[in-house]
Write a protein that binds this ligand. Structure first.
Ligand code: SAH
Length: 256
């Protein structure tokens, strides 16, 4: 399997739809000796690896032990050290809440050649497939990518006060279990409770669901509709454009 000098490619797989991967990422999979992949990566993508590629699952699943970040860092370095072409395949983009920075640091510290291959991040995937622009002339001049998982924590707190007022569209990752806290923080800091909001569950996949409401109603709707992970929360006036842009209605019009 090994041929000469090893290398680590930290690769974004895109948001879910296996067609939303870059040409460069596919080339890396086609030449991989070892692939370490995450839970949110489509199985179809692994089919691009050669028959002899060693595939290592890193995510959590019932009955399976999830590798810790330091175990993953060690594995990618160890496989590359003995000359393998290592692909670390991650959902979305490796540098957006993907811990790609930690893996790049591990490679760099070990003196191993590495590269980052970007991917379509799930905010872009969800925005496109739900017909919700992240920016729109006259409506939204900025958007922010935010983690919802640290809501209410003292360490490295998210600046909800600044985000509530200073950014037009908010794309909140990892927020499903904290929707109530997130929306009340934003409302407390001056964001309009009537502002449109959407949850896009399993964006870009066949299981995609879009739930729309307002900042004030979205956490209740999520409970009623039993929204689970992974889901993207988009908050902003452009969410209201979905009604006008829905491609599904277009398709129906053509069929009829
Ligand atoms: N690196 C990834 C993000 C990993 S954090 C990226 O760039 O997209 C995991 C979070 O991403 C999830 O909690 C969810 O908020 C979001 N996410 C990932 N895939 C998603 C999908 N198909 N639909 C909606 N949200 C998704």
């Amino acid at each position: 399997m090994s041929r000469g000098r090893g290398k680590i490619s930290i690769v974004g797989a895109g948001p879910g739809d296996p067609e939303l991967i870059t040409v460069k990422a596919l080339r890396r999979l086609e030449q991989a000796d070892v692939v370490l992949y995450d839970r949110l990566v489509s199985d179809k993508l692994l089919g691009h690896c050669p028959a002899g590629t060693l595939k290592i699952y890193c995510g959590k699943a019932p009955g399976r032990h999830a590798l810790t970040q330091s175990e993953i860092d060690r594995l990618i370095v160890d496989y590359a050290k003995v000359g393998h072409r290592v692909v670390r395949l991650k959902g979305g983009d490796p540098f957006v809440f993907g811990r790609g920075g930690e893996e790049a640091l591990a490679a760099s510290r070990a003196g191993i050649e590495f590269e980052i291959v970007p991917g379509v991040t799930s905010a872009s995937g969800a925005s496109a497939s739900a017909s919700i622009p992240l920016t729109h002339r006259g409506t939204a001049a900025s958007f922010a990518v935010v983690t919802g998982s640290r809501c209410g924590e003292a360490e490295e707190p998210v600046r909800w006060d600044l985000l509530a007022q200073g950014v037009d569209t908010l794309a909140i990752y990892m927020g499903v279990s904290r929707l109530e806290e997130i929306s009340s923080e934003l409302i407390r800091h001056g964001r309009d409770a009537d502002m449109p909001a959407a949850l896009i569950e399993n964006a870009t996949t066949e299981a995609e669901r879009v739930i729309t409401g307002t900042l004030g109603s979205i956490s209740r709707l999520a409970v009623t509709m039993k929204v689970g992970n992974p889901a993207m929360l988009l908050i902003g006036d452009t969410v209201g454009m979905r009604e006008m842009l829905r491609p599904s209605e277009w398709e129906n019009r053509h069929i009829v």
